[in-house]
Design a protein around this ligand. Structure first.
Ligand code: AMP
Ligand code: ZN
Length: 104
């Protein structure tokens, strides 16, 4: 846990759309589509570059949760996006998975 990290704070205190052990989903404050969720791990790593810090079982559960969250939102077609680094559009330096969809 990192006290000055926005997503560590939202992990603890945010309005969660879905929760499982070690992971939550929140709604993006600035949605880019009718449905735009963010999946956040409790474990703080700055970006996807540090994915190797996740034990394999935890990384698998994180991906399963991303798929679960999309299914629970009724999404069949959707995009899963991870921006890695500022030049790629990363603005919050706590790993998160965008789940974007809901187009008719
Ligand atoms: P990225 O640009 O890939 O780092 O994604 C960060 C995302 O966090 C952006 O889509 C923002 O709209 C979103 N965001 C920033 N602050 C909040 C917040 N307080 N609650 C929910 N989403 C946020
Ligand atoms: Zn954090």
């Amino acid at each position: 846990m990192t006290t000055d990290c926005l997503f560590c704070t939202l992990y603890r205190e945010g309005d969660h759309v879905a929760v499982t052990d070690g992971f939550v989903a929140i709604r993006d404050i600035n949605p880019q589509a009718p449905t735009h969720l963010l999946v956040l791990p409790e474990r703080h790593v700055d970006s996807f570059r540090e994915i190797g810090e996740f034990p394999p079982e935890e990384a698998k559960r994180m991906l399963d949760f991303v798929a679960d969250v999309a299914a629970r939102e009724g999404l069949t077609d959707y995009r899963v996006v991870v921006n890695v680094g500022p030049s790629a559009g990363q603005t919050v330096f706590h790993l998160h998975w965008h789940v974007i969809g809901g187009w008719s």
